[in-house]
Design a protein around this ligand. Structure first.
Ligand code: SF4
Length: 401
């Protein structure tokens, strides 16, 4: 790791945006949240957008939403025609680019060198398993070998990497191996992401072949976290109920209310804009701009709240928290379990996700006692994550440390 990367327990709101360039990909991951759109060439979100449209979105994120970094997704962004010019534009306007990538294309060192030269700040590499297991999960023979060659190239060229790993049933036996790989290549952070009923996985696509019980996930996850903690590598676990890991590991858990405090996660305000269909499609004009408060006010949860749009008592952090509740409850179908009613963390936890209870029931939930008995539930979403040391990249040191 570069000596200029620092660590902090200070939590500030992220300023990182996200864009989907189009659902075109060189892999066929069985758990992909966009699997229908990637398979169907005639889906309006399948083709990559034009370079000009992408640049226009980037300009809005920088100039209107004040973002200073961006996660660029495809599908697979390394096969987007003009990716180097787009990254170069992004870096030039002060929107430091990260590619969320399977990295297969970067097994060719010259391809990685070109991206580095264009101003890419780092790569978030999707490492969902290892060896034959990875090839089987992503549907392409030889994919693991290419990904390892790409990571070797990252080490050789000094391209910073972080990892994403989706917690499907088949990835669980490999979590410790993924953690060891992160240590060996000097990854700056590893994100373990619960396999959720998002996007195309909401339509009855999820099955017990891929969805694991929380207790099964936890048994593999905790040893992997131990490996990363021992090596001083930041580890984040997304969308995992707080009661499903021992207390010492809850500082790594990011549910919707904690996500805005992860500098490597997405700003709910600009995410609301880029998530709209016109910003995900090649065809058509961009949507009118929308503020986070305006978007919140459209939700049934806040529609009836008097003066919601101009109430000065609602702070910026409140807006992000309200968005978190909308995302968890309305968009993703998170639900409280019977145990949640007695839990001291119920105001900062999302509960169990969508269709989980239908697969496994809710008996795994265990109410957590508050540190001070009788003090009422914890209300600060940073209660546990305040203990976590997170990395701050050199460009962010001035405001994030
Ligand atoms: S609110 Fe529910 S799911 Fe969350 S920690 Fe408490 S019991 Fe577990």
């Amino acid at each position: 790791m570069s000596a200029t990367v620092q660590k902090t327990t200070k939590r500030v709101l992220t300023r990182r945006g996200v864009v989907w360039l189009g659902q075109t990909c060189n892999l066929r991951c069985r758990f992909c949240y966009f699997q229908t759109r990637i398979e169907a060439k005639d889906h309006p979100e399948h083709p990559f957008m034009t370079l000009d449209k992408a640049k226009a979105i980037f300009d809005i994120l920088r100039n209107h939403y004040g973002n200073n970094a961006i996660d660029i997704q495809g599908g697979e962004p390394t096969i987007f025609p003009g990716i180097e010019e787009l990254c170069s534009h992004s870096a030039k306007i002060g929107l430091l680019p990260t590619l969320i990538t399977n990295a297969l294309v970067l097994a060719k060192r010259e391809a990685l060198q070109r991206l580095k030269d264009s101003g890419v700040r780092d790569l978030l590499v999707s490492v969902h398993g290892l060896g034959q297991n990875y090839d089987d999960m992503v549907g392409v023979p030889g994919a693991h070998k290419l990904q390892m060659a790409a990571l070797d190239n990252c080490v050789a060229l000094g391209m910073p990497v972080r990892f994403n790993c989706v917690l499907t049933k088949s990835s669980l036996p490999h979590l410790a191996g993924v953690a060891r790989l992160a240590v060996s290549v000097g990854a700056r952070a590893v994100n373990f992401i619960a396999f959720n009923p998002f996007e195309d996985q909401q339509k009855g696509e999820r099955s017990l072949d891929d969805v694991a019980a929380y207790s099964e996930v936890s048994a593999s996850l905790v040893p992997a976290l131990d490996i990363l903690r021992a090596a001083g590598i930041e580890a984040n676990v997304r969308y995992f109920p707080l009661c499903q890991v021992p207390e010492a590991y809850r500082q790594h858990l990011y549910n919707f209310q904690q996500l805005p405090y992860d500098l490597h996660e997405w700003d709910y305000a600009s995410w609301t804009f880029t998530d709209m269909k016109p910003q995900r499609m090649r065809a058509g004009e961009l949507s009118p701009l929308v503020s986070l408060r305006q978007a919140n006010a459209r939700s049934p949860m806040f529609k009836g709240v008097p003066n919601y749009l101009d109430d000065p008592a609602i702070s910026l952090e409140d807006e992000y928290r309200h968005s978190a509740l909308i995302r968890a409850r309305e968009h993703c179908g998170y639900r409280e379990t019977p145990a949640c009613q007695a839990c001291g963390m119920r105001q900062i936890c999302d509960g169990f996700h969508g269709d989980y209870a239908a697969f496994f029931g809710t008996d795994e939930a265990q109410a957590i006692q508050t540190p001070t008995p009788g003090a009422g539930p914890i209300v600060d979403p940073r209660h546990y994550i305040n203990q976590q040391e997170k990395i701050v990249e050199p460009e962010d040191a001035g405001w994030a440390l």
